[in-house]
Structure formats: structure tokens, C-alpha cells
Design a protein around this ligand. Structure first.
Ligand code: FAD
Length: 292
């Protein structure tokens, strides 16, 4: 099933993101997580892909294929392009087709200082156009409510996002954010830029301090005072910190769904307990048709 067709206005879409285990770990380590996530009835599950490209990413395909065959949940396979040639991408798309995977998230990937980027693709839009021309794929792209970290300003960022949609993305998933007002302002900019595809809000429940430091370094998300206060208050009490992080995410989700967001994409960090606690708190909100 094409993921973009899930946004038919009858409900708010709930989806999850997982990452494949490192190559040094057995692939089975993810299976238990998936078993528990299946019980939470997401509409689809996305599987991340290494920015380096190459063989390591066969695991993404393996996990995506397992989600489809074992649980009959639609997988969304991420693919990055900055360190890949057209022939690398062709190989991966061929494998995806052989595994009946038709939903692809096209990404540039972060530029890694010690890897010289390949020349075939410069931006995610290049990959989106390429994948579109290669077969009957449904294509998703990433968007950034606070602007992408390399963007000079928010207007340039949304105009570049429009190019990605014009190249073939029929659905977008946002970077994580901790202040919903950034997401609402971004939605207005996207609307003005003529972006009319469904946009899911990416929510990451923060349950430990290391996670916050890593996330902020990677994506530069602003931390509102309410959030930092809470994290400081409980930083030496892991269980209380997890409760606070889950409560914060639940509050963000309840507000977004009430405001009519197209979907919530939960960055599960492969932690089914956290995903379950969130679904127990707000699961019923997703079956109410969104008001526009
Ligand atoms: P692009 O859309 O290409 O944008 C990158 C930058 O280039 C932006 O600043 C944009 O404004 C600018 N730009 C775009 N087009 C042009 C143009 N024509 N001219 C000039 N500038 C332009 N990374 C992974 O390695 N693996 C994953 O699985 C993964 N999954 C992700 C999932 C989500 C939902 C999100 C939000 C991010 C994910 N990332 C992942 C991170 C992502 O790869 C990085 O944020 C990366 O730096 C940008 O990727 P992009 O696809 O958004 O790039």
C-alpha cells in the first residue's frame, strides 16, 4: 500500500521509526522490539539507513522486509544519496522491488567529514526524482520545522523543500522539535510555498540526558525553558526523567492532534516500552477524524 494514500482524512496517522541493529549485533535484536511495536498498531514503520551508503544498509532492507512479511505493516525504507552512486541506488531499488517494498524515504544524508561525497546526487530532491523515474514507488521526504541546520534562512529552506515535493515526494516527515509553535509556523510557510502534501510531525520522547545532548548537537532543535527545567530537575533520577520525557511528548502530541496535524511519527529509538506508554495515553486521539 502506498503510504501517501493513508492520509485520507478519516484519522490522524500514527507511525514509528526504528533503526537496524549495528552489524556487530545479531539482526534478531530488533525482532523483539518489532513484536511489541506491532501490538500498538502503527499505520507504517520507517527504518533508517546509514549516511555512508553501501553494504551495511542491507540491514535496512532486511528489517523493512521483515516488518512487511511478519506483521503485514507497511515499511518505509529510508535511503540516503550523498555517498552513493546511481549504480548503488539502482542495486538497492532492485532489492526493494524484489522484497515488495514500494515506499521509500529519499534523503541526502549528513555530510560526513571523512567521506568524500560522490557526485551523482547532491540533494534529496535529486534522489526523489531518480527514484520516481525508476518505478512505481511512493516517495517521502524530510522537513525541518526550525529550518535545516545548513540553511541560510527559513525562506530558502522552505523553497528547497518545495523543490523536493516537485521532484516527487508525496508525503513529508518532520525533524523532531520540542516547541509546537515552530511546527505551526513551519506549516504556514509550507502552505504559502504551495506545499500541499501530508506532513507528519516527528516526535521524540526524551527519556535520558545523553539522548538530549546528542539530538541537540545533531539537529539543533531549540529546547524551551519548560523542557530544560524539567530535564535539569530530574537528570539524576532516571525513572522520573523518563516519566517527565514521556509526559512532555504526550502533551506535544495531544496539542498537535487537536490542531489537526496529518500524522505523528514517533522516533521510538527502538524502545517499545516508551512507545507503549505514549500509545496508552493518547491512542484514542488517533481514531477521531481530523478537523480542518
Ligand atoms: P536535502 O533536502 O537535500 O537538504 C539538505 C540541505 O540542502 C538543506 O539545507 C536544504 O535547504 C539544502 N538544499 C536542498 N536543495 C537545494 C538546492 N537545490 N540548492 C541549494 N540548497 C539546497 N539521515 C540518515 O543518514 N539516515 C536516515 O535514515 C535519516 N532519516 C531521517 C528521517 C527524518 C524524518 C529526518 C528529518 C532526517 C533524517 N536523516 C537521516 C537526517 C538527514 O539525512 C539530514 O538532516 C541531512 O543533513 C539532510 O537530509 P535531507 O534529505 O533533508 O537533505
Amino acid at each position: 500500500m502506498k503510504i501517501s494514500s493513508m492520509f485520507d482524512g478519516s484519522k490522524t496517522v500514527l507511525s514509528f521509526e526504528v533503526f537496524p541493529p549495528k552489524r556487530t549485533m545479531p539482526i534478531e535484536t530488533i525482532y523483539k522490539t518489532l513484536e511489541q511495536l506491532d501490538g500498538l498498531h502503527p499505520e507504517f514503520i520507517s527504518v533508517t539507513y546509514g549516511a555512508g551508503g553501501g553494504e551495511a544498509n542491507k540491514r535496512t532492507l532486511e528489517v523493512a522486509s521483515y516488518i512487511k512479511t511478519q506483521y503485514h505493516i507497511e515499511p518505509l525504507m529510508h535511503m540516503t544519496c550523498i555517498n552513493s552512486t546511481k549504480s548503488d541506488i539502482d542495486q538497492m531499488l532492485k532489492l526493494a522491488q524484489e522484497h515488495d517494498i514500494s515506499n521509500i524515504m529519499t534523503l541526502r544524508g549528513d555530510i560526513v567529514p571523512d567521506i568524500e561525497p560522490k557526485d551523482d546526487f547532491h540533494y534529496a530532491a535529486d534522489l526523489a526524482a531518480y527514484v520516481k523515474a525508476k518505478g512505481d514507488f511512493d516517495i517521502c521526504g524530510a522537513c525541518y520545522p526550525e529550518g535545516h541546520i545548513d540553511s541560510p534562512d527559513l525562506v530558502t529552506d522552505v523553497l528547497n523543500l518545495r523543490r523536493k515535493v516537485d521532484a516527487g515526494c508525496t508525503h513529508l516527515i518532520s525533524q523532531l522539535f520540542f516547541d509546537n509553535s515552530y511546527f505551526y509556523s513551519f506549516m504556514e510557510r509550507a502552505h504559502i510555498a504551495g506545499i500541499n502534501v501530508p506532513i507528519e510531525a516527528g516526535i521524540m520522547p526524551v527519556t535520558n540526558k545523553k539522548q538530549i545532548e546528542r539530538m541537540v548537537t545533531l539537529c539543533g532543535a531549540c529546547l524551551p525553558p519548560k523542557f530544560t527545567k524539567m530535564m535539569q530537575r530530574y537528570e539524576h533520577h532516571p525513572e522520573a526523567l523518563a516519566d517527565a520525557g514521556i509526559a512532555y511528548a504526550v502533551d506535544q502530541i495531544a496539542d498537535l492532534v487537536a490542531q489537526g496535524v496529518d500524522g505523528i511519527h514517533l522516533y521510538t529509538m527502538n524502545n517499545p516500552t516508551v512507545a507503549r506508554r505514549i500509545c496508552e495515553s493518547v491512542g484514542n486521539l488517533f481514531s477521531v477524524p481530523p478537523q480542518r
